[in-house]
Design a protein around this ligand. Structure first.
Ligand code: ZN
Length: 1148
């Protein structure tokens, strides 16, 4: 039995045996094929050549010479008084709390003043502080490894509130939708409601796809949603209400239970099908991708030039073909693609006036206007309905992973996972679980083949963490050729003496210590004893061969680096951080049952210069060392900089007490930034360990130093060809720095507190490429923002992180990982390197064919993540996933996941804006999706009128979600979105998992006044449109970053009293950042909903109170994504019509 549930105490490592050389090149290499660059992991056995390979940094184009609008105003550059002041305060630390007077104000310059202390002179002789050591406050917010409060919960598990809604709930919801409709649109007649000729002419709606009164959905899957011109009444009813993903769902075997607490499984779980795949003698050798990873490849060709609407006649039955629209000059945005024809929708549409802003007269044909037409919003696919249906259908049974190519429940469904041979969807989700056999088919469909991988995802308590497997001193058993790791799909042959690789078909000897007999079915008799033979996810203990320089790593270190310039001090931020750290340091990540964290800590403060602190346990008081030569950063002390928290508790507490006092009177407004990262990097290098820098920064680094920046913000660039420069870093300096950081395993988490532009696009480069996180608190106010910041900080410090990580995705013959999206660095085309990878980060991987696939063998993915745990243990986490392959396009469309598709498309587009005009990126997105849907229509749908929009069941939300991506601030900024906001969002989305992108692009909108105060459930969500809001109700909208509470003007006075504690609408303050704690059921219920939502997200959301018809309402309306947006984004209805037109063009 070599299964361990706990951390290994003593590694039994010895010399590797031949053939299992860990990371020596072919080792971590994928198929070690000629022409494919060898793995840089040979690096780990030598002087790190792998990190020296000059490769263009991912996705960034260094560019210089941006227009500058001038530098931020510097309040006072009187640096001369600084050094003596600091030193003085350390020499005589205040016992009264008052900082000593600045004694050196007469020095002519800061540099002069510093000269005697440069290069790390230690200021000794600090008298002991009289301040008593401060005990950490009560630990309730920081229970390690658990979730003491909703705010610090590990929230990967998407608990979408209520258990799968009942049918009653559904009906209530439907009723609500009908009520919410505008008067202009009469409720559609039950069942049919088609009007021959056009759906839009009468306002009666064309159909009622989701009427609760209809019967159960038919089993047909090949049809979609008719948008117009149903051939015959009655026919369409059976073609539009289709089961979601039913064909793909195989019920779990009845004998299997959920959540085993012990291994091996006791039930006779079904074997995952073995898919060895015969050797392919003629296997083609894939050439290395010629383009650099993380560069956007050239976008798909632009859509064919729009022709006049007259070239796209409606279906023969159409009696409502309006006259051709007027021609307009091309306009930015959609207008370029507009020809005035939205399929059959012509003429003015009440409430949807001009289809796209900028073309207000759009669609108003000359001559007498035809009768008003509109598409009934209730008749088009509803995200709410799809989410609800999936919850009802799939939320009650565990998702058992034993079957190949099984589509998991949606991310919005609350379900348990039972690993029976494939990785849980919490670790990997795919755009499709059935891959076309040939590259031609894949190209024809235009459906991207991608996997969104979250290797260290947190699991709900009911599920079991991956088991740790130790294969002894020779390391994990792997294929000799492609170096894939032992997994459930390897085929044992010759009585168990050899195994055939499921990825490359090569046959490998089973090492003697790993030999086991086979049973009569060819399965090893220890099958259930070994996670690597029966589970989709597990971990291997890595040997020394998997370590840099053939040395086991030291435990990682955390370095806290605090901006102590004027703004940071004045806002109270410095004091807040120091106070928080005093208690937070007791909750550093720990391994399993360890009593204390192995992580060491260090402290730096900085403005234009850096201050290092010696907090060695033997000192009575901390010592400060000032480094003012920021051009050539070094660490002035080794011993005493990184310390164990428990050992140095007194000195650390004293330091954290003194820092706010020391800088209380600072007048320094300028900061450096790159030298701060360099300092942390050098400290980790000196300590020979990986680690994380927590940098708290407030301003654009304009002080003279490497990496100095200028203010180059320019909103005039929006919608020009130069817009991309706003997303690019202004200097390549940070790219090079990031590369050095990754080589050392130095991950950077950046907390920003800007009062003006600080160039997130540039400052974010290092956090982004090292796998770190960025948090931004614009116009930070202690009173309103501290709770949010502290919650983010607590979670960030405590969350699970793998350090010095490298990920490789192997695939079975026929497909290959070709592109990667996320926060990481790549020095070759296959290895994704991250200085740190935490439990929230995802990497999206795109696959392309390099050969034919077979339906029999399917396709396999193996994601291997090598990392150092928080205790310094080197491990490999393995996730395996088997997919089906198809020769019929219909099978592809039946097994797609739109949420994952959108995750991929958003990341693809957000990378595209670095190199292409935003309009080009938007057009390419639209075109690709139109092609996807047109291919379905052409090849999979039964013949029907060209006037009908037919959507695949699994992709019926593609248009609405795509529109949300197109309207997002990165691709179409609203007036309130700053350049920094856009750069920030762009980077955030790139690491998001599928659940996060889902709610980010289509926010959740809950009618709070409909909440049942007596139950734990959430009120049923409603669609994101203003017309769904009632002025007598209160709503909550969340998107993962913000929570809005919208209050209608006619809300009952008693509700306002209960929720806000004021007597009238006008008295509600929209300055509130939390809801008042009031002792009544409604207040309690709403606050519990807010807490529940906060607990589900990886960041603490900002709460914003919005009163109807108030100024802030504009901000709120930006998130009502089914409506037309102020920035020119189309409404859902209009966009659907636009997509329809695009599809018809492609088909004609
Ligand atoms: Zn192999």
């Amino acid at each position: 039995m070599s299964v361990n549930q706990q951390a290994h105490a003593g590694p039994p490592y010895g010399q590797p045996q031949p053939g299992y050389q860990g990371y020596q090149q072919p080792a971590y290499g994928g198929q070690s094929l000629p022409g494919v660059p060898q793995s840089q992991y040979g690096a780990y056995n030598g002087p790190m050549p792998g990190y020296q390979q000059p490769v263009p940094p991912q996705g960034y184009f260094p560019s210089l010479g941006f227009p500058s609008k001038g530098s931020p105003v510097s309040l006072n550059s009187d640096t001369s008084s600084l050094a003596p002041n600091f030193i003085g305060s350390l020499r005589a630390p205040p016992t009264s709390g008052a900082p000593p007077p600045a004694s050196g104000a007469s020095h002519p310059s800061g540099h002069l003043a510093y000269s005697q202390f440069e290069h790390g002179d230690v200021q000794n002789g600090i008298p002991a502080s009289a301040a008593p050591m401060q005990r950490p406050p009560a630990p309730q917010p920081f229970l390690p490894g658990s979730a003491p409060t909703p705010v610090s919960q590990i929230s990967t598990f998407q608990q979408y509130g209520p258990p799968p809604g009942s049918v009653q709930q559904l009906r209530n919801h439907m009723a609500g939708m009908t009520i919410g409709g505008t008067a202009a649109s009469a409720p559609p007649p039950a069942g049919l409601g088609y009007v021959s000729g056009s759906f839009s002419a009468t306002g009666s709606g064309l159909h009622t796809p989701y009427s609760a009164s209809q019967g159960p959905p038919p089993a047909s899957v090949s049809e979609g949603l008719p948008l117009a011109q149903p051939p015959f009444p009655g026919h369409t009813v059976s073609t539009q209400r289709l089961p979601t993903q039913v064909p793909a769902f195989t019920p779990p075997p009845p004998s299997t239970g959920v959540a085993p607490s012990s291994y091996p499984p006791t039930t006779g779980a079904p074997r995952p099908p073995a898919m060895p795949g015969p050797p392919l003698p003629g296997q083609t050798v894939p050439a290395p991708p010629s383009s650099q990873p993380n560069h956007v490849s050239s976008p798909p060709p632009p859509p064919p030039p729009s022709t006049m609407a007259g070239l796209h006649p409606g279906p023969p039955m159409s009696g409502l073909h309006g006259p051709p629209p007027p021609t307009h000059p091309p306009q930015p945005g959609y207008q370029m693609q507009q020809n005035g024809s939205f399929g059959q929708m012509r003429g003015p549409q009440p409430n949807y006036g001009g289809a796209y802003p900028g073309a207000p007269n759009y669609g108003s044909p000359p001559g007498p206007p035809p009768p008003p037409k509109r598409l009934d919003p209730d008749s088009i696919p509803s995200p709410i309905q799809v989410i609800e249906d999936d919850r009802n259908n799939r939320g009650s049974e565990p998702f058992v992973t034993g079957v190949r190519g099984q589509v998991p429940p949606l991310v919005t469904t609350n379900f348990l996972v039972k690993d029976q041979g494939n990785a849980s969807p919490r670790y990997i989700r795919c755009t499709s679980y059935n891959i076309p056999c040939t590259s031609d088919m894949a190209k024809q469909s235009q459906v991207p083949l991608a996997a969104v991988i979250k290797p260290l995802a947190a699991l709900p308590p009911e599920e079991t963490l991956p088991y740790l497997v130790d294969h002894g001193e020779s390391g994990p058993v792997r294929c000799n050729r492609c170096k894939a790791y032992m997994c459930p799909f390897m085929q044992f042959i010759e009585g168990g003496r050899r195994f055939q690789c499921c990825f490359c078909s090569c046959v490998t000897e089973v090492p003697p210590h790993y030999f086991q007999h086979l049973d009569h079915t060819g399965k090893r008799v220890d099958y259930y004893d070994r996670p690597e033979l029966s589970l989709g996810s597990y971990e291997f203990l890595a040997t020394v061969d998997y370590c840099k320089n053939n040395k086991f790593p030291s435990p990682p270190a955390f370095i806290f680096m605090i901006d102590v310039s004027y703004n940071a001090v004045k806002s109270g931020l410095v004091r807040l951080i120091c106070e928080e750290l005093k208690s937070l340091l007791d909750y550093l990540p720990r391994e399993g049952n360890m009593e204390e964290s192995a992580i060491r800590v260090g402290f730096v403060t900085y403005n234009k210069v850096l201050h290092f602190y010696n907090v060695k346990s033997s000192l009575a008081q901390p010592q400060m060392m000032v480094v003012s030569d920021v051009a050539d950063m070094f660490v002035p002390l080794l011993d005493g900089f990184l310390v164990n928290v428990n050992e140095s508790r007194t000195v650390i507490a004293s330091l954290l007490d003194q820092i706010p006092e020391m800088f209380a009177d600072t007048r320094e407004t300028e900061t450096v930034f790159a030298p701060v990262i360099q300092a942390g990097l050098e400290a980790l290098k000196a300590a020979e360990c990986a680690g994380k820098l927590f940098i708290f920064h407030t301003s654009l680094p304009i002080a003279e130093a490497p990496g100095k920046l200028k203010n180059r913000d320019d909103r005039k660039l929006i919608n020009t060809d130069k817009e991309k420069t706003l997303f690019q870093p202004q200097t390549s300096f940070y790219n090079n720095l990031a590369k050095d950081c990754v080589a050392q395993g130095c991950c950077v988490d950046l907390f920003l507190f800007p009062n003006q532009y600080l160039d997130v696009a540039t400052l974010g480069v290092v956090p982004y490429q090292t796998g770190g996180s960025i948090y931004k608190y614009a116009y930070f106010q202690l009173e309103t923002d501290q709770y949010r910041f502290l919650n983010d900080l607590r979670r960030d410090v405590q969350k699970e992180v793998g350090f010095d990580a490298v990920m490789r995705v192997r695939t079975s013959t026929g497909i290959r990982a070709t592109d990667f999206f996320g926060a990481f660095y790549m020095s070759n085309t296959t290895d994704v390197e991250m200085a740190g990878l935490d439990c929230d980060k995802t990497i999206t991987v795109e696959f392309k064919h390099d050969d034919k696939l077979s339906e029999d063998s399917g396709a396999l993915l193996q994601c291997a993540l090598l990392y150092t745990s928080c205790a310094g243990q080197r491990r490999l986490r393995i996730h395996n996933l088997s997919l089906n392959c198809c020769t019929q396009l219909a099978d592809l469309y039946r097994n797609c996941e739109t949420d994952t598709l959108i995750n991929y498309l958003a990341k693809y587009a957000y990378r595209g804006v670095l190199s292409s005009p935003v309009k080009t990126v938007r057009d390419a997105l639209i075109n690709q999706c139109a092609q996807i849907l047109a291919c379905y229509r052409k090849n999979c749908a039964s013949p029907s009128s060209a006037g009908q929009l037919i959507l695949p069941e699994c992709m019926k939300l593609l248009p609405v979600y795509l529109n949300c991506v197109l309207k997002s601030d990165v691709l179409q900024p609203g007036p309130e979105a700053t350049t920094d906001d856009r750069a920030y969002i762009r980077q955030l989305v790139t690491s998001m998992d599928v659940a996060e992108t889902n709610v980010f692009f289509y926010p959740r909108l809950l009618p709070l006044t409909k909440a049942d105060v007596d139950s734990d459930s959430l009120p049923a969500a409603i669609r994101n449109s203003e017309e769904r809001l009632s002025k007598g109700d209160i709503y909550l909208l969340e998107n993962g970053l913000n929570i809005f509470v919208w209050v209608g003007v006619s809300v009952q006075q008693s509700l306002i009293q209960n929720l806000f504690g004021v007597s009238s609408f006008s008295q509600i303050s929209n300055a509130l950042s939390t809801l008042p704690v009031l002792e009544n059921p409604f207040s309690k219920k709403v606050r519990s909903i807010v807490d529940m939502l906060q607990g589900q997200r990886s960041r603490y959301m900002k709460l914003i109170i919005v009163k109807q018809e108030d100024k802030l309402e504009m901000l709120f309306k930006h998130f009502l994504v089914e409506d037309k947006s102020l920035s020119g984004g189309a409404s859902y209805v209009d966009f659907l019509c636009h997509m329809h037109k695009e599809i018809r063009q492609l088909l004609s």
